[in-house]
Structure formats: C-alpha cells, structure tokens
Design a protein around this ligand. Structure first.
Ligand SMILES: Cc1cc2nc3c(=O)[nH]c(=O)nc-3n(C[C@H](O)[C@H](O)[C@H](O)COP(=O)(O)OP(=O)(O)OC[C@H]3O[C@@H](n4cnc5c(N)ncnc54)[C@H](O)[C@@H]3O)c2cc1C
Length: 406
C-alpha cells in the first residue's frame, strides 16, 4: 500500500493531464527532457534553412546548419510578406524583431499606364501585408536560430547528399543525420546530386530592386504596382525610413535591365514616378528568374526546401513566404511523426500550395510581359473583369491563407 498509493496518484494525475506541460514545455527545456535528440543537417542559411533550423531546434532537434558563404547575409532589398509568412515569424518568435519599424499596408493597387486602377487588394487584421527589409528578417532569423541552439558553420559548401541521410561538402567531409534538408537555393547542388525527376526553367524576365529613403510626401500605408507596356514598377512603404522599389522588364529589354540602372529610360516609361526613380541609389539586378519543378520533395532521408524545391518568378511576392511556411510545416510534422511519415505528410500538405502559387505567378507574369502587343490597349479591362468575375484574387492569395500544422 505504501508503495502503490503514490503510483496510483501519479497514474491518475497523468491521465488527468497534469503532466501535459512535459509535452508542451518551452522548447528549450524540452531538450533537457528528451533523451537522444534527433539530428538534422541543413545546407543553406537563407530564409528557409534558418526557419526550419530554428523551428526544429525549438522542438528539441540537434541542428547543424551549413552555409557556403564566409558570412551570413541576405541579398536584395525588401520582402513582400503576407499573412502566411507573418504567422510563421510569430510562431518561431521572431516577429517583433523582424517587423521592427515596419509599416503595415492597407491596400496594394495595380495601376495601368493611364494611371487608372486595375485592381486593389485590401488588407485587414487577419490578412496582413508588409514589406520587411531583407537584412532585417535575415538577421532576426539568425539570432533566433542561435538562441534556439542551432550550430552554424560557414565556408561549408554542400555538393551532394545521399538518401540514407548523409551530406558531403566540397572538401570531402561527410555528415550523417536522421534528416538532411537541402535549403541551398534555386541552383541547389544537393538537388542536382539526387535521383529526383526535376525541371529548372529559365524565364525571360528580370528585375532591379532597391530600398530608397522615404520623404514626407510619400504615400503612407499604400503599395502600388504601375504597369506600362511590358515594364512594371512596384513601390511600397517598408519601414519608417525606407520604401521598397522594384522594376521588372523582359530580359530582352536591355535598357530597362541595365546595371547600373538607366534612370532616364525608366522615367520615360513612368514620368509621374520620377521622384521615386531619382531616389534609387544602388539597385540589385537579376536578369532572369527560374521555376523549379520536382516530382518529389524528398528521397529517403533527404528533403528539399524553399527555392531548391519550388523556385518561382517573384510576380506574387510569395517565394520566401511559401518557403518559410513550408519550413515550419516540416518542423511541425516532424514533431508528431517519424521521419518517413512526416516527409510524406509535409509534401502532401505543402506541395499543392507551392505548385498552385507557381501557376498563378506564371499567369500574372504572362499578363505583364507576354500580352500580345496589338491587344495591350484592352489589357487593363480584361484583367479587371477576370479578377472580378473568376475570383482569381482568391486563387492568387492561396498561399497567404495556408495554415500550418493541420
Ligand atoms: C527579384 C526577386 C524578388 C523577390 N521578392 C520576393 C518577395 O517580395 N517576397 C517573397 O516572399 N519572395 C520573394 N522572392 C523570392 C525569395 O527571395 C526566395 O523565394 C527566397 O529567398 C528563398 O529562400 P531560400 O532560403 O530557399 O533560398 P536562398 O535565399 O537562395 O538561400 C540559399 C542559401 O544557401 C546557401 N547555399 C547555396 N548553395 C549552397 C551549398 N552548396 N552549400 C551550402 N550553402 C549553400 C546560399 O549562400 C544561401 O545562403 C524574390 C526573388 C527575387 C529573385
């Protein structure tokens, strides 16, 4: 009786859920509770790799992150971030830092060459949208990864992975783990080393992008994308100090996609945006974009994540959003299921969202840069009607509504 009574009460308390805190304990503490943590090796410290690394470390995994570059950095200017991406940042506790001084946007307006509205997307509390400076989100993720216990190794260039769960660097060093995640970007070495049916499609559109200083006269809370022929300029508030500007054109538009930017050329297409164009100091140029299509996102113990799995043109501004959503989804599935089951479930949940986003990004890009020249004068009307009647906006914003952990 002396011995059985405590066991009886512990058993009863367990059944009543008194020890649930053990399962839901703060991720850092949970590491102490679990014995024999699972190990993951991740290639690539971009937004996807850092997010999955942080989310897995917060769930008790031992995470080693390999980055090819000598330093951790993010290239580019601003990042369109929608509700899905913002939810991810909240869930892994980086929202405050990533969104510091960021201005939330109430409407995103497509404007035609006559400065008339083609379409307006409105935002609200459960459907947020903003532009985060890339350096800001990246450094917030690096800090979160380190705080969660992720070990990061720079100057580590992955060249291949094996479905048995190993990854090899260019110096011949090999790592073994329960899971390898290839988050090494659109040109992924690891993807190319794997026996997975894959297509890398080079698109003939490019873009310049920059952050420019804000001035008092700048519009607040409103983002606009201006169309003129096959050129587009997007302008959006980012932080209290900066606005984000991107300029897209077909790759054959040599004057439009010059480096450094040919301001006169862009002003000739968008005279009313002269004040914005003149404020561009340095712009980053991408002459081409790529779509990546994979038959499967994983093989054995190797998973492909982010641009490595579903690179897309940035027409909908959702490449990174889908990537970090997918990163959190992967971590959540691995929390509840063994690696094989989790990978299957993750792909089933995420791949349709990524592929539909790719499809709508293509459609948007075609309307912008492949519209028949002789029919350009009716483009605005056609788009206006299409978006209105076919509920296309809802399909284009599918990724923004993706909820992880189902
Ligand atoms: C012009 C443009 C505008 C965009 N705008 C938006 C936007 O507004 N909103 C949005 O959501 N998305 C946008 N995107 C898409 C977004 O940038 C990408 O989807 C996102 O950055 C992908 O992140 P990633 O971590 O998968 O890959 P990457 O950002 O490419 O990161 C890969 C990382 O892996 C490292 N690496 C590469 N090879 C190796 C290797 N062999 N070994 C180890 N490390 C390696 C790289 O150095 C890098 O750090 C845009 C893209 C472009 C081109």
């Amino acid at each position: 009786m002396l011995f059985t009574a405590p066991i009886f009460f512990i058993n009863m308390a367990w059944n009543m859920g008194a020890f649930d805190w053990l399962q839901h304990a703060h991720p850092k503490n949970r590491r102490l509770i679990e014995l024999g943590n699972k190990k993951v090796i991740i290639a690539g410290a971009g937004l996807s790799g850092l997010t999955v690394g942080t989310a897995l470390a917060q769930r008790g995994w031992d995470v080693h992150l390999l980055e090819r570059s000598s330093e951790l950095r993010e290239i580019g200017a601003g990042l369109y971030t929608w509700e899905n991406g913002l939810k991810v940042l909240e869930e892994i506790n980086v929202f405050e830092e990533a969104c510091q001084n960021v201005e939330f946007i109430t409407s995103l307006n497509m404007m035609d060459e006559n400065r008339e509205l083609i379409h307006s997307t409105l935002f609200s509390k459960g459907n947020r949208f903003c532009v985060i400076p890339r350096k800001q989100i990246h450094s917030a993720l690096v800090r979160a990864a380190r705080n969660a216990g992720v070990s990061i190794e720079t100057n580590a260039c992955a060249v291949s992975a094996d479905p048995s769960g190993s990854l090899t660097l260019d110096n011949g060093r090999t790592y073994k783990a329960d899971l390898v995640v290839a988050a090494d970007g659109v040109y992924s070495n690891i993807r190319q080393s794997l026996n997975i049916a894959q297509t890398m499609e080079k698109m003939s559109n490019g873009a310049l992008r920059a952050l420019i200083p804000r001035i008092e006269a700048d519009e607040k809370g409103i983002a606009r994308e201006h169309w003129s022929g096959y050129r587009r300029i997007g302008i959006a508030p980012s932080t209290d100090q900066f606005r984000y500007v991107y300029l897209t054109a077909p790759s054959t538009d040599v004057e439009g996609l010059s480096d450094p930017i040919n301001k006169e050329e862009w002003i000739s297409s968008f005279p009313h945006l002269e004040s914005v164009i003149e404020r561009i100091d340095q712009a980053r140029l991408d002459r081409h974009f790529y779509y990546i299509y994979l038959h499967a996102w994983s093989i054995g113990r190797v998973a492909l994540l982010g641009d490595a799995a579903h690179g897309m043109e940035p027409n909908l501004g959702q490449g990174a959003g889908v990537s970090i959503t997918s990163a959190l989804e992967l971590a959540k599935q691995l929390e509840h299921f063994d690696v094989d089951t989790a990978l299957r479930r993750w792909e089933g949940l995420m791949k349709p969202t990524a592929e539909k986003t790719q499809i709508w990004s293509r459609i948007y890009g075609s309307a912008a840069s492949n519209w028949p020249k002789e029919l350009l004068h009716v483009r605005s009307d056609v788009i206006r009607k299409a978006i209105h009647s076919e509920n296309i906006e809802s399909m284009m914003s599918l990724a923004a509504r993706h909820i992880t952990g189902r």
